[in-house]
Design a protein around this ligand. Sequence first.
Ligand code: PGA
Length: 246
Amino acid sequence: MKNLIVGNWKMNLTIGQSLLLSERLKNNLKNPTSDIVVCPNYVSLAAVSIDLKDSIIKVGAQNINANDERAYTGEVSGPMLKGIAKYVIVGHSERRIHFGETNKTVALKVAAAVRNKLTPILCVGENLHQRNEGLAGRTVTDQLEENLSELTHKEISKIVIAYEPVWAIGTGENAEPFEVEKMIKTIRRFLINKYKAKIVVSIKLLYGGSVNSDNANAYLSIDNCNGLLVGGASLNYRQFTKICQL
Ligand code: PGA
């Protein structure tokens, strides 16, 4: 299966800066072996989507409301993203921590994405306390159990899962590849046990957390690791291009 490299630009870049970055990526990314996605902020999303219309780089959103239409000031829903984005990040730890998203909210958002034909990139991962208590695996499988609960078995094959240990996000403290390998195995085993192997075999499992052009290859070499979710390093077109062309 082809690897998937996702750049999460988070709450960075004006429209002009976003377009500069998408132009640079477009001009520098030549025949990447992986599928590439960039996720700009909502203000820049449509402009970047138009800019990348005929490019190999696909566009994703960073959030989605669980409802398709409602009097919810400031929110963006699935139908609004149709035609603009192909992917959407759901359940990122920054949203769970700073915006109070619960496992239930995340489950409804995953379902909203699938309902609107967007591929959810579901983020799961333990915090440092949970890791130190030996609860990393349990935390992640509990998240998966709840976050996938609104999907039918058939819909499960339509998702991407990113393992992002909270302590490794934006800290420069990336997880050791052997730790990632162990968790990727745990996630794959969970999926196979819960759903039919035939359904889950195509689900891509990514790693995210302080990935850069120096350490990316170590993760892509892990058995069953099908790509990366890159934050900080995706804002630098040279680094991101390098990661995409590994
Ligand atoms: P980081 O972010 O690469 O800056 O650690 C990853 C993420 O939040 O997806």
